[in-house]
Design a protein around this ligand. Structure first.
Ligand SMILES: Nc1nc2c(c(=O)[nH]1)N[C@H]1C(S)=C(S)[C@@H](COP(=O)(O)OP(=O)(O)OC[C@H]3O[C@@H](n4cnc5c(=O)[nH]c(N)nc54)[C@H](O)[C@@H]3O)O[C@H]1N2
Ligand SMILES: Nc1nc2c(c(=O)[nH]1)N[C@H]1C(S)=C(S)[C@@H](COP(=O)(O)OP(=O)(O)OC[C@H]3O[C@@H](n4cnc5c(=O)[nH]c(N)nc54)[C@H](O)[C@@H]3O)O[C@H]1N2
Ligand code: SF4
Ligand SMILES: [Mo]
Length: 759
């Protein structure tokens, strides 16, 4: 373990400078100001991790002014009171010498790496003056805003809307967009999965043992270990999940939709689906059934390399386990331009299994308002939305959300359309980009286009913890303090029953960094938007959320995580019986012992829609699910796919000393046959070249990948010299991916073709 006392820190800072001749100490960094002792009460504080956006509940305390000890919050049972390796390394982020703790202004060319520190007052005044200038010259809509979703997005987007810009973007179109849009089209709402109670799970590249979500990862482990659930994994690569599965199929990249359609075909043709469920709750079954009739396992086999007999057998086994069987809808849904159809087909499979609101199936989150209504009592307090009403900006968004992408979450939008718009000038030119907690140079496709877009702006403002690869091209870098140094508003964490949790400051702020809510409030006021900020600080906001119920706020803070009532799934008779017994005023159960009659879907028909009039209008020919052959590569290319690694997060953690020590490079997975064809041996230097970029790295020759595919863990190969532990190490995935947007869901496609050679 790295010792983080003051001496070790300063030595580390010095060594960092020495190890990279190019890098001088960045003026606003922690290395430049020297490391203070950590100040905190030493008592356990319940809070929320932010080493990734899973945001697990944690219990943390300062130890001897030297480090912060972080564990999971035991009150949050589904998380098992645990954190992952990244969650345990939070102190190494807090104390990273290369963290930025003072506002900085660019003094050289964009991306040249010349900075001076400035005061917050100067930063706010200059940024506000420039933003207001752009507003009066070109219109407020010509400034775009982006953020990872979370507390930050609320504050920066409120400021954006109050300023008058509708153009706000989250990571949605690079991550969960397709499964959210598909759920919206079919069920009219977002869904959750009850992995832990499932007896049969099909997994299409949901990498839960590396792309960790403590609650879902543990749920899958519980299902496998305690319930002996069968797990079938489709992944072109032998992932850790694949290695723990009962069956693994190295499916052809982007072709999963054909496997899923063939599974539907067998369930229908062999009469294995839940007819009662379909009759009661589903619209458009006949159209869907006639469409999928042609999608036989034999048809799918040649497209996917999954044997027909296995598809047929898996469908039968899955039907036997139904309704406690589920087809996981995945997380990063960006493998193919046909993401919308893939995620929709996965939901259709779950519909045919009749697993909705059943144990081991899919369900809707039970927030306080819907839960209390069923209980006929105020079991859980409902939180107020304390914001001031902000008028809807007059201008249209740049990403045509009123057209084909109408089902995407309006705040999130189609992130990559910022780049398209800058390239084409359509629908109107963009002049400024203000962002927080996002690193599009790594995480949106076609790095060189992102760089060009940033260079074309009249103003770029980046709020981050580091001089990230994107922040390196900013005019101003605003240092947010880490999650361990800040309070935030209460967040909803409802699952099968309502729940809340809250982020609380564990350690005193280091340097001049500030929480995001404060940064965007202060900038908003400087922009002359005072009317939208009737609250002074986070405590006022929290109190407004709990309707001034001070005792409730104290309780949430004391426990960190709090849940109310009993877990409820509406079609699970025992859970409904327990619920009715617990609340005398509860809605009576139906004759069959369920709350089946309470199920209403927010679709135009009020039912689950396997044919959607709305989708047909948005994208003609797609009313029901139709197979389209995805075009991902040229015949002489290999598929290039990516995934998460357990010890790093996206494009964010590669400079954190403790995690960089664990892994600082991403060797490219190459099948032995392919390696032999190109004369490549394990460890050799190799080059990957796509239609947009070229990257050198080295080879990991392994049978754990299809011969026609290469794989790299994402987030490596940073090109900014400020982050000395991350910079230049490994293959930069975003530099190889062309910019492609999937129909209907607006996803940024992450699979492409590459040429491989020995470097
Ligand atoms: N090629 C390829 N691209 C991908 C993916 C892939 O697998 N392959 N994965 C996609 C996925 S799933 C996602 S979610 C996106 C994620 O993409 P992004 O939303 O860009 O997220 P991150 O890389 O997690 O973090 C972005 C930045 O947040 C900063 N940061 C961390 N904590 C804080 C904080 O508390 N405050 C502030 N202000 N900044 C902070 C980090 O330093 C980092 O620079 O990437 C997507 N892009
Ligand atoms: N350790 C760690 N945990 C994380 C994150 C992290 O960066 N690091 N990020 C968090 C975030 S933001 C997210 S969204 C989740 C992501 O969670 P996941 O979506 O589960 O993570 P990925 O690793 O991106 O998953 C991609 C998997 O799909 C496979 N794959 C690629 N192409 C295809 C294909 O065409 N078909 C099939 N069937 N499989 C394919 C890859 O080999 C990989 O195993 O993880 C979260 N947790
Ligand atoms: S999965 Fe790990 S890094 Fe992500 S929030 Fe949870 S503990 Fe933190
Ligand atoms: Mo993600």
């Amino acid at each position: 373990m790295i010792k983080l006392d003051r001496r070790a820190f300063l030595k580390g800072a010095g060594a960092t400078g020495a190890s990279c001749a190019l890098a001088s100490v960045v003026p606003g960094s922690l290395a430049a100001i020297g490391a203070p002792a950590l100040k905190g009460s030493g008592e356990t504080v319940y809070s929320i991790c932010e080493m990734c956006s899973t945001r697990c509940p944690i219990a943390a305390r300062v130890v001897d002014g030297k480090t912060v000890f972080i564990q999971g919050n035991a009150a949050a049972k589904s998380f098992g009171g645990k954190v992952c390796a990244r969650g345990g390394a939070g102190h190494s982020l807090l104390y990273d010498p290369q963290r930025i703790v003072k506002p900085m202004k660019r003094i050289g060319e964009r991306g040249e790496g010349k900075w001076q520190t400035i005061s917050w007052e100067q930063a706010y005044s200059e940024i506000a003056a420039k933003m207001n200038e752009l507003k009066s010259k070109y219109g407020p809509e010509t400034v775009v805003f982006s953020s990872k979703s979370g507390s930050e997005h609320t504050h920066i987007f409120n400021m954006a809307n109050a300023f008058g810009s509708p153009n706000t973007f989250t990571h949605l179109s690079t991550c969960p967009g397709a499964y959210e849009v598909a759920a919206h089209a079919i069920y009219g709402t977002k869904l959750k999965r009850d992995l832990s109670n499932s007896k049969f799970i099909i997994n299409f590249g949901h990498n839960l043992y590396e792309g960790i979500n403590m609650s879902e990862t543990r749920a899958l482990m519980n299902a496998q270990m305690d319930k002996h659930a069968k797990l079938v994994v489709f992944d072109p690569r032998f992932s850790v999940v694949a290695s723990k599965a009962d069956e693994w199929y190295p499916v052809r990249p982007g072709s999963d939709v054909a496997v899923a359609l063939a599974l539907c075909q067998v369930l229908i043709a062999d009469n294995l689906y839940d007819k009662a469920f379909v009759e009661r709750y589903v619209e458009g079954f006949a159209q869907f059934a006639s469409q999928v009739a042609a999608y036989t396992p034999e048809w799918a086999a040649s497209l996917t390399d999954v044997p027909a007999k296995d598809i047929r057998r898996i469908a039968h086994e899955m039907a036997k386990a139904a309704p406690h069987a589920l087809v996981d809808f995945g997380h990063r849904s960006t493998f193919t331009p046909e993401e919308f159809e893939l995620r929709r087909t996965i939901y259709a499979l779950n519909v045919l299994l009749g697993n909705f609101e059943r144990k081991g199936g899919l369900y809707m989150g039970k927030k306080a308002s819907s839960y209390n209504k069923l209980a006929g009592a105020d079991v859980a307090p409902a939180l107020a939305n304390p914001g001031v009403k902000i008028p809807k900006p007059a201008a249209k968004r740049i990403d045509q959300l009123d057209g084909q992408y109408a089902f995407t979450w309006k705040m999130g939008g189609v992130y990559q359309s910022i780049i398209d718009t800058v390239t084409t000038g359509k629908p109107y030119p963009i002049h400024g980009w203000v962002m927080t907690r996002t690193n599009p140079m790594q995480t949106v496709t076609d790095r060189s286009k992102v760089e060009q877009a940033l260079k074309k702006m009249d103003l770029v403002v980046c709020c981050d913890l580091y001089v990230s690869e994107t922040a390196a091209f900013a005019d101003y870098i605003l240092p947010e303090c880490t999650y361990l140094e800040r309070d935030e508003e209460i967040a909803d964490k409802s699952g099968k029953n309502p729940g809340y949790y809250v982020r609380q400051q564990v350690v005193d702020v280091i340097g001049e960094a500030k929480p995001g809510w404060q940064i965007f409030r202060e900038l908003g006021i400087k922009l002359g938007l005072d009317a939208y900020y009737p609250w002074d600080n986070i405590q006022t906001l929290q109190l407004a959320q709990v309707n001034k119920d001070d005792a409730l706020l104290k309780e949430i803070k004391a426990k960190g995580y709090i849940s109310y009532g009993k877990p409820l799934m509406l079609r699970e008779p025992q859970m409904v019986a327990d619920f009715v017994a617990a609340y005398p005023g509860a809605r009576p159960a139906d004759d069959d012992g369920t709350y089946g009659s309470a199920l209403k879907f927010k679709t135009p028909s009020g039912k689950i829609e396997l044919y959607s009039v709305e989708v047909e209008a948005m994208a003609p020919g797609r009313g029901t699910i139709v197979y389209h052959e995805p075009q991902l590569k040229q015949p002489d290319e290999l598929y290039f796919i990516q995934g998460k690694v357990a010890v790093h997060t996206n494009g964010a953690t590669h400079n954190i000393p403790m995690l960089a020590n664990l892994m600082s490079d991403n060797a490219v997975w190459i099948h032995p046959e392919t390696a032999a064809r190109f004369g490549i041996k394990n460890g050799d230097d190799i080059r990957l070249t796509s239609s947009v970029g070229s990257e050198t790295g080295h080879a990991l020759v392994t049978k754990g990948i299809r011969p026609d595919t290469v794989f790299a863990y994402m987030g490596f190969g940073s090109k900014n010299k400020e982050l000395t532990l991350a910079s230049g190490k490994g293959v930069h995935c975003g530099n190889l991916l062309p910019h492609a947007t999937a129909p209907v869901c607006g996803m940024c496609v992450h699979t492409t073709g590459v040429k491989l050679e020995k470097a």
